[in-house]
Design a protein. Structure first.
Length: 397
């Protein structure tokens, strides 16, 4: 069974992380993603290690299932080929600094003349408008400017970057969501449109209620380590042998009495300072040493058995290796093999999207630079071998 986006063709001009992540999501959903790359160099992510059997695992992690076509968009013939491909495409995606595509003569206003139904999706550090629009930006810059770094880490310590590229990945997710929304709208209007995604905008949208709390109360959110800003206990605790994450439910179903009973601290159940999750958070400085001391009396495995028996949400603090080997991860087929025709099989993370009738599939590894140039030009544009050879000789492809 074909994926849910079967029949959707995407011209992917993106590079490095945010854009390729978005188009990989769409490829997993069944879209045909044609990755347009520069001659000789391609996506600069191809140069990122580590390498296994000559393959960049960084590039592999973001470009599986795509087709690679080399086009020299600095040449007129390369532009002409791209414009012909645009007429057969549903979506064009790019994550250049705003103005780059206009300089090439390939901006949205130009492309929509060739295909009024085209959805043109642009992702950049700061969006297409505003005083920072033309400034370059990478993940750490955006995370820092968006406030997320200021709330990450331990109290009183220097700022800490989260362990994943949330600036890029969040923008990639919003980019893919926006493309899906525009495709859906096109069914009724018959028209394409331009999508403008700002990585900085996406960071603000990601910040849960931190901005709302600040705007409502004037209190600036600060780093809290692993604990929750409004609910307690809701954090990672040290145990006798490692660490455990515990997140008790509050409100009408407050698990505080049960939690106190299990850790052997019946004396604090009725303490007025700790009667609600919010009060426990307000009085955390007094509560923290009590909880830490209690949690250190047993191993993580012992606590997991105790808490799970009474439905208190909890989990081990896994390393990447432990998470990859987790039986739940295996049961959901989240680690799978993909085949690279030159370098063999690689284990990768599967798509998390599970659909009952039109399942998503991850079948192919990342393409070699220009691997599909001839095939795409033949199948989509109907060019002959002679025409393709001539284009190669002229440096257009």
């Amino acid at each position: 069974m074909a994926g849910p986006l079967n029949g959707v063709r995407i011209l992917d001009l993106t590079w490095v992380l945010s854009g390729p992540f978005a188009t990989m999501v769409l490829s997993d959903l069944g879209a045909e993603v044609i990755k347009i790359e520069r001659p000789k160099v391609g996506d600069i992510a191809r140069g990122n290690g580590p390498y296994v059997n000559g393959v960049s695992t960084y590039f592999l992690s973001l470009n599986r299932g795509k087709k690679s076509v080399v086009l020299n968009l600095a040449s007129q013939q390369g532009k002409d080929i791209f414009l012909k491909l645009v007429r057969h495409a549903d979506v064009v995606v790019e994550n250049f600094v705003p103005g780059t595509m206009k300089k090439l003569g390939l901006d949205y206003e130009t492309l929509k003349e060739h295909n009024p139904r085209l959805i043109y999706a642009a992702c950049s550090g700061f969006g297409q408008t505003g005083p920072y629009a033309t400034k370059p930006a990478l993940d750490i810059i955006i995370q820092s400017m968006g406030g997320i770094v200021s709330t990450t880490g331990e109290p009183g310590r220097p700022p800490v970057k989260p362990g994943v590229s949330l600036g890029d990945i969040t923008a990639g997710l919003f980019l893919s969501i926006s493309i899906l929304a525009a495709l859906q709208e096109r069914h009724s209007s018959g028209q394409g449109q331009m999508i403008d995604i700002s990585m900085l905008d996406c960071q603000l949208a990601l910040m849960e209620n931190a901005f709302v709390r600040y705007l409502a109360t004037g209190e600036i959110p600060r780093p809290l380590g692993t604990r929750h800003p409004v609910s307690t206990p809701f954090q990672i605790f040290p145990t006798k042998d490692s660490y455990i994450a515990v997140a008790t439910m509050g409100g009408a179903q407050d698990q505080w009495p049960v939690f106190c009973s299990l850790i052997g601290r019946l004396d604090i159940i009725d303490d007025d300072r700790f009667q609600t999750g919010w009060l426990r958070t307000q009085n955390y400085a007094m509560l923290e040493p009590i909880l830490n001391d209690a949690m250190k009396t047993r191993t993580t495995g012992e606590w997991l058995a105790e808490f799970e028996a009474v439905s208190i949400p909890c989990g081990p603090v896994n390393s990447v290796a432990q998470a990859a080997a987790d039986p739940q991860v295996a049961a959901r087929d989240m680690i799978i093999n993909v085949h690279h025709h030159k370098s063999g099989d690689f284990r990768v993370v599967n798509t998390p999207v599970k659909l009952s009738r039109t399942p998503c599939k991850v079948e192919d590894g990342a393409p070699e630079l220009g691997e599909h140039t001839g095939r795409v030009l033949k199948e989509v544009l109907g060019l002959s071998e002679q025409e393709i050879t001539q284009l190669r000789q002229k440096g257009a492809i």
